[in-house]
Design a protein around this ligand. Structure first.
Ligand SMILES: NC(=O)c1ccc[n+]([C@@H]2O[C@H](COP(=O)([O-])OP(=O)(O)OC[C@H]3O[C@@H](n4cnc5c(N)ncnc54)[C@H](O)[C@@H]3O)[C@@H](O)[C@H]2O)c1
Length: 253
């Protein structure tokens, strides 16, 4: 049986050893892609858990350290990958941080640190892959936004602004690349059972779960399924879209 073209693709996943990112890496690898998980070199605490999580991938995933908030470092990373592994066909931006506090108490550091990762990080990686993707006539970019970018959230003016910005960015880039075989979409998770949400106080977490129509937190696998769908070779007619994966927590059209 011949391998589908999707199977030979190279995928780069930022935040690749995080709760959602590591499951995205695994699902992409299980569909035959060569996967590069990109994350901070300093997350040695997570790397072991990540290695265990991806054991089923049989070596199709490798780790490359990079701080996505550093434009030059992202350029060097892409160059290194293209030279040693292959052209980046699929880019998934899942690196993200929170710096929650009400605006009254938010200082510029809370704001800028978050913007540098959650929004600049998307620019920094997309900027370095987009030319190659359009020149080759194929690319799939999926940027992780959030339900809180759609609805706003108390204590998250910085996060909600960045995540709404990620979707605006993605729609604009989708228009720029649509005729060149490159799609750009966002996936907006609701609340998922990951370290990011585990950091929310227990009583607030219980309140959130009772507000989710499906009656549970999302899982990283729920989100990865949407990412894998949007990165398929035959998903070429979906671009500039946002795919909400939130258990019905926020419905719109
Ligand atoms: N977990 C949720 O409920 C939820 C909901 C909505 C949106 N999201 C979004 O999904 C994405 C993944 O979230 P998660 O739950 O897996 O979070 P996570 O904290 O488990 O993973 C995020 C990863 O990003 C990495 N990272 C942080 N700064 C970085 C940098 N400068 N350079 C490279 N990597 C960096 C972290 O080391 C971490 O591994 C994020 O963009 C997040 O905002 C998550």
């Amino acid at each position: 049986m011949s391998r589908s073209p999707s199977a030979s693709r190279v995928a780069l996943v930022t935040g690749g050893i995080g709760g959602i990112g590591s499951e995205v890496c695994l699902q992409l690898a299980l569909t035959g892609r060569t996967v590069i998980a990109v994350d901070l070199a300093t997350r040695s605490d997570r790397i072991e858990a990540f290695r265990e999580h991806i054991a089923a991938s049989k070596g199709a995933i490798r780790f490359e350290p990079c701080d996505v908030s550093d434009f030059k470092a992202c350029g060097s990373l892409i160059e290194h990958i293209e030279h040693n592994i292959g052209h980046v066909d699929i880019l998934v931006n899942a690196a993200g941080i929170t710096r929650d506090t009400s605006l009254r108490k938010m200082d510029p550091q809370h704001w800028h640190e978050l913007m540098r990762v959650n929004l600049d990080g998307v620019f920094n990686t997309c900027r370095h892959v987009v030319e190659g993707m359009t020149a080759r006539g194929f690319g799939r970019i999926v940027n992780l936004s959030s339900v809180n970018g759609q609805t706003g959230q108390f204590g998250q003016t910085n996060y909600s602004a960045a995540k709404a910005g990620v979707h605006g960015f993605s729609m604009a880039l989708a228009r720029e690349t649509a005729r060149k075989g490159v799609t750009v979409n966002t996936v907006s998770p609701g609340y998922c059972d990951t370290p990011m949400v585990a950091a929310v106080p227990q009583e607030i977490r219980q309140q959130i779960i009772s507000d989710i129509p499906v009656g549970r937190l999302g899982t990283p696998a729920d989100i990865a399924r949407a990412v894998v769908f949007l990165t398929a070779d035959d998903a070429g007619y979906i671009t500039g879209a946002n795919l909400p994966v939130n258990g019905g927590y926020f419905m719109s059209f």
